[in-house]
Design a protein around this ligand. Structure first.
Ligand SMILES: NC(=O)c1ccc[n+]([C@@H]2O[C@H](COP(=O)([O-])OP(=O)(O)OC[C@H]3O[C@@H](n4cnc5c(N)ncnc54)[C@H](OP(=O)(O)O)[C@@H]3O)[C@@H](O)[C@H]2O)c1
Length: 184
């Protein structure tokens, strides 16, 4: 059976996720959560794949990309070159097929880490899918948005053990972790 897609995203009150190619906020605890969620594996011989759009790739500071300890796959129809060891795919199905074939012995879980259109395609497509949403409880000006999480397709589930349930706060910003599972 195809692997589940785990979407990891932080969105604020207006569902905004980005501004001018960056995150609208700085939340260290959320970055740590993102790192843990996308890096941890049960099998020490495997890594997780992180699939991202070209703009999300370039939004990662150069010194932190590729995201270490993870298999980085960048979606782009145009991009010619990425660093050695990073994979380019021309579509989401191509990225998933790469994971199921060439990388199948290496990959434990698949994480979709943005941006907008990649989240949208993963949510709308025929894939088993879970969303790890950091709900940032504040208004920020944004130019990039998380597509609506459809009530018909997704249901909110209890946080698994590795996802804190308590309300978080940092830099005067309250936020909480929520998890949604595709039901059809
Ligand atoms: N808050 C969060 O959790 C979060 C997460 C991720 C990103 N962000 C923010 O979101 C912004 C970037 O996201 P974005 O939505 O603007 O851009 P993006 O999705 O990261 O990148 C868009 C580009 O990715 C490529 N692409 C996307 N879908 C593709 C597909 N199905 N097949 C082939 N190529 C595909 C295309 O590249 P080509 O033009 O090269 O073909 C497209 O122009 C930044 O501000 C970033 O900081 C926030």
């Amino acid at each position: 059976m195809a692997k589940k897609l785990n979407l990891v995203v932080a969105a604020c009150n207006n569902n905004g996720i980005g501004i001018n190619g960056n995150l609208p906020w700085r939340l260290k605890k959320d970055m740590e959560f993102f790192k843990k969620m996308t890096s941890d594996t049960i099998n020490p011989d495997k890594q997780n794949a992180v699939i991202m759009g070209r703009k999300t790739w370039f939004s990662i500071p150069e010194k932190f990309r590729p995201l270490k300890g993870r298999i980085n796959i960048v979606l782009s129809r145009e991009l010619k070159e990425v660093p050695t060891g990073v994979h380019i795919a021309r579509s989401l199905p191509e990225a998933l097929s790469l994971v199921e074939t060439e990388l199948s012995d290496l990959v434990e879980n698949i994480h979709i880490i943005g941006g907008s259109s990649v989240y949208k395609e993963a949510m709308a497509g025929p894939y088993p899918c879970r969303i790890y949403l950091t709900r940032v409880l504040k208004d920020f000006e944004c130019d990039t948005f998380l597509p609506e999480i459809s009530d018909e397709k997704f249901t909110k589930i209890a946080n698994p053990d590795n996802v804190p349930v308590e309300l978080q706060e940092e830099n005067d910003i309250k936020f909480r972790f929520e998890v949604f599972e595709k039901v059809c």
